[in-house]
Write a protein that binds this ligand. Structure first.
Ligand code: UD2
Ligand code: MN
Length: 570
């Protein structure tokens, strides 16, 4: 009939219209992305197209492909290089000679290449980069690197937050430079805010669904962003970190490695530490490209859903300058129901400077805030190892405690038992920790100063004038009979060598293992430290090594030099 035909024709017309419209829309999209007509709009290559393409590769230029730069400098040039290192604690002389657009070598697990993403359904992100007095080339290499590795479709914008820098190049010259860049915005703090409030300033104007924080001296590896956004889409309560690859501060070599990354922990000084992925976590994961749960994060690089970040109470705005916020946030994520993860397919390089380029004296107060809000009775373990932290004015934390109540967060014991079961929780029995002092050699304490923070074992314990600051003079006699030097993680244990008679530090046994015979001491009523294996006593000796006094094994006599006691504070 007529009406049927008309309806059919109408549909056909409509379909036709939609079709041409669609083709038109696709053509515009393609034009915008610089694709020719033959290419498919849904093709992942198009969808993953970065905001900017890298300029053509010049393989011979310095530092290209993440290669180390080694210059043979003399005279004036050498002097300039040294000055740049002194000023930035990074070899900016070298950095200035490397392209802001350099490519990096492929350093991810090859299996990551097989992951496919449904680009249109991934959340968008804003990258927030706070900076304080950063050098020109390291800052701008970060910016270009983000623009050249992030899909245009997913990156809403980059927000640079100037935390009240006073260097000239970060004023007008920076504004002029970024004016020509798409998607890059700059805001400035009106006073020095510190990285916590600076990042929050940036977050407050972010338009993306996800906030991605980076330090201002990073370089992103190909494909770094997608895994982070994909994971957050899949699990909105996940906070996801990339693998942090090292960029050498001197040669700018990119030292990434496609193997199993390390996860974050902490020691009882509340210092962040790196660890191997534990076996139970290996078992939990379904594949090499699965996320890795981590008790803590390093702090600088992570992605978090914007809504979830606000739900969790963003950051503790009472924290100044640098330090502590990473552990505070880590504890909070886990205790309040989220998860903290590292995605093995997301790699970002970071320059760890030679040493801190600016004062970080606020770190102590920040750590105390974290301990006071999240650690319950376990904060005592921290205070024992940092007696001066107890005296630190850390401000008011009532709001943060209220937040913890409001969110119904779990306690620290739960966190330790469930998220960080491999950390050793010291006994710290009354009278069995602190400075280990001798009765015969007044005011000398057990002291251990490992030359390498990352590898504490193998050196002699000495006796040194007591300073009451905890740290290197903090020892603990455990209920298992060890003399533990456990401010660090993994902890060290005193071991007596019956032949040399010296006391040195070895790694303590792993959790649940038995105490090795050479590490077992009896701390007796009369104050003697009896080494069971050799049947000798620890004695304070005037010269153990080159005029340095130290503890040594000697036949037991009960003399004052063989009597020891713990004192918590000087
Ligand atoms: C690590 C983290 C860092 C932060 C810190 C603990 C990584 C790679 N880095 O130290 O992000 O969590 O531990 O607090 O995980 N900044 C400001 N204002 C300041 C101080 C710093 O904006 O007052 C900026 C700074 O320019 C940089 C970022 O904050 O972009 C982090 O500072 P950093 O690079 O000195 O910290 P880092 O990497 O030693
Ligand atoms: Mn940094």
């Amino acid at each position: 009939s007529w009406s049927k035909l008309a309806r059919k024709k109408g549909y056909a017309f409509l379909l036709c219209l939609l079709h041409t419209r669609g083709i038109y829309a696709i053509r515009i999209l393609k034009q915008r992305r610089g694709l020719s007509d033959g290419e498919d709009v849904d093709h992942p290559k198009l969808l993953s197209r970065p905001v900017y393409n890298k300029p053509p590769l010049e393989l011979n230029s310095l530092g290209e492909m993440g290669r180390a730069v080694k210059l043979d400098l003399t005279g004036d040039e050498k002097r300039k290089e040294e000055e740049s290192i002194k000023k930035h604690q990074i070899n900016i002389y070298v950095s200035d000679k490397i392209s802001l657009h350099r490519r990096l070598p492929e350093r991810w697990n090859p299996e990551c290449k097989n992951l496919k993403y449904d680009y249109q359904s991934l959340p968008s992100t804003t990258v927030v980069i706070a900076f304080y007095n950063e050098a020109w080339s390291t800052l701008l290499r970060t910016v270009h690197s983000v623009l050249e590795t992030s899909p245009d479709l997913l990156l809403n914008d980059i927000i640079l937050v100037d935390d009240y820098s006073d260097r000239e190049h970060l004023q007008e010259p920076l504004e002029n430079y970024i004016a020509s860049l798409r998607k890059v915005r700059l805001i400035r703090a009106r006073k020095r805010e510190g990285l916590v409030r600076a990042r929050l300033l940036g977050a407050s104007i972010a338009t993306g669904d996800v906030l991605t924080f980076l330090d201002c001296h990073c370089e992103c590896h190909e494909g770094w962003l997608e895994p982070l956004l994909h994971r957050i889409k899949e699990e909105p309560t996940a906070v996801v970190c990339p693998v942090i690859d090292v960029i050498d501060w001197n040669t700018f070599q990119y030292l990434g490695n496609p193997g199993e990354p390390q996860i974050g922990g902490f020691d009882w000084r509340l210092v962040f530490t790196w660890h191997q992925v534990p076996e139970y976590e290996q078992k939990r994961r379904r594949s090499a490209t699965d996320v890795i749960r981590s008790p803590t994060m390093a702090g600088g690089l992570f992605a978090v859903g914007k809504k979830y970040f606000h739900y969790l109470g963003t950051y503790d705005t009472g924290m100044e300058v640098w330090g502590g916020e990473n552990l505070e946030f880590s504890f909070r994520i886990w205790q309040c129901g989220g998860s903290l993860e590292i995605h093995p397919c997301s790699h970002v390089g970071h320059i760890f400077p030679k040493k801190a380029p600016y004062s970080r004296s606020k770190a102590l107060a920040n750590s105390v805030r974290a301990a006071e809000v999240w650690m319950d009775e376990y904060k005592e373990l921290y205070y024992h190892r940092n007696p001066h932290a107890r005296l630190e004015a850390y401000g008011d934390v009532t709001e943060r405690r209220k937040l913890r109540m409001r969110l119904g967060c779990k306690n620290f014991k739960w966190f330790l038992e469930n998220i960080y079961p491999d950390i050793h929780v010291p006994d710290d029995q009354p009278g069995k920790f602190g400075m280990l002092k001798n009765r015969g050699m007044e005011n000398y304490c057990f002291d251990y100063n490992p030359p390498d923070e990352n590898n504490i074992v193998g050196h002699k314990i000495i006796l040194y004038p007591c300073h009451g600051m905890g740290q290197n003079q903090f020892f603990e006699y455990s209920s298992a009979g060890e003399i533990r030097y456990n401010t660090r993680e993994p902890a060290g244990c005193a071991v007596a060598d019956p032949v040399s008679t010296f006391l040195s530090i070895h790694l303590c046994r792993k959790l649940l293992e038995a105490v090795p015979e050479d590490q077992r001491f009896e701390f007796r009523e009369d104050g003697t430290l009896y080494h069971v294996q050799s049947q000798q006593c620890v004695q304070a000796e005037q010269t153990l090594d080159k005029d340095i006094p130290g503890p040594a094994l000697r036949p037991c006599t009960g003399s004052a030099h063989q009597q020891w006691f713990f004192e918590e504070r000087a």
